[in-house]
Design a protein around this ligand. Structure first.
Ligand code: HEC
Length: 161
C-alpha cells in the first residue's frame, strides 16, 4: 500500500514537472500565431469541386440548355484572348487546362475569374491557390459581361462533348 501511494505521488510530481517544463519551453520558443496555424491547416485541392461563387459582381448566373449560338460567339473571343495561356484539354499550359472547369467551378466563379482575375487572385482562396501553383497571374483581358457569358457557354459545350 505504501508503495502504491509513493508510486502515485511520484508519478503526479513527474507529470507536474513535465507540464511546467513544457510551459517554460513554450513561452521561450516562438509559438506560431493563430492566423499562421489556420493558414497551414487549410488544404485546398484545386482539382476538386468547389461550390463558391468567387468574389466579384456575378452573384447569380442562371443556366439553361447550352445555346450553340452563344458558344460560337464565345469561341471567337476565346481563340483570340485565352488560347495564349489555356488549352481546352486537361493539359496545363501557362494556366490550367480548362477541361472540366464547368464541373469543378460554379458559373459565377468562372465569370468573376474571366472578368476580374486580379480581385479573384487577391480575395478568392481557390484562385489564390491556383496562382501559387501556376506561378503566373492570369491577365485581365478586358472581357465584357456578354463576352464572359458567351465564353462560359463555350466552356460548357467543351465539357459536354
Ligand atoms: C496570361 C495568361 C492567361 C490568359 C491570357 C488567360 N488566362 Fe486564365 N488563367 C491563367 C492562369 C495563370 C490561371 C491560374 C490562376 C492564376 O494564376 O491567376 C488562370 C485561371 C483561369 C481559370 C480557372 C481555372 C480553374 O481550373 O479553375 C479560368 C476559368 C480561366 N483562367 C479562364 C480564362 C479565359 C476564359 C481567358 C480568356 C478570356 C483567360 N483565362 C485568359 C492565365 C491566363
Amino acid at each position: 500500500m505504501r508503495h502504491l501511494i509513493y508510486n502515485f505521488t511520484f508519478r503526479s510530481l513527474t507529470l507536474i514537472g513535465v507540464i511546467l517544463l513544457f510551459n517554460a519551453c513554450g513561452s521561450k520558443t516562438n509559438t506560431p500565431d493563430k492566423a499562421q496555424v489556420q493558414a497551414a491547416n487549410v488544404v485546398i485541392d484545386t482539382k476538386a469541386y468547389n461550390d463558391s461563387k468567387g468574389v466579384g459582381k456575378f452573384t447569380e448566373v442562371k443556366l439553361e440548355v447550352i445555346d450553340p449560338a452563344k458558344a460560337d460567339l464565345g469561341k471567337v473571343v476565346f481563340s483570340t484572348k485565352c488560347t495564349t495561356c489555356h488549352k481546352l484539354s486537361a493539359e496545363k499550359f501557362v494556366g490550367p487546362g480548362l477541361e472540366g472547369v464547368t464541373q469543378r467551378r460554379t458559373p459565377e466563379w468562372i465569370m468573376n475569374m474571366i472578368t476580374n482575375p486580379e480581385l479573384m487572385m487577391k480575395s478568392d482562396p481557390v484562385a489564390k491557390k491556383l496562382y501559387e501553383e501556376m506561378l503566373t497571374p492570369m491577365a485581365n483581358q478586358n472581357i465584357g459581361d456578354e463576352d464572359a457569358r458567351n465564353i462560359l457557354e463555350y466552356l460548357r459545350q467543351n465539357d459536354n462533348k
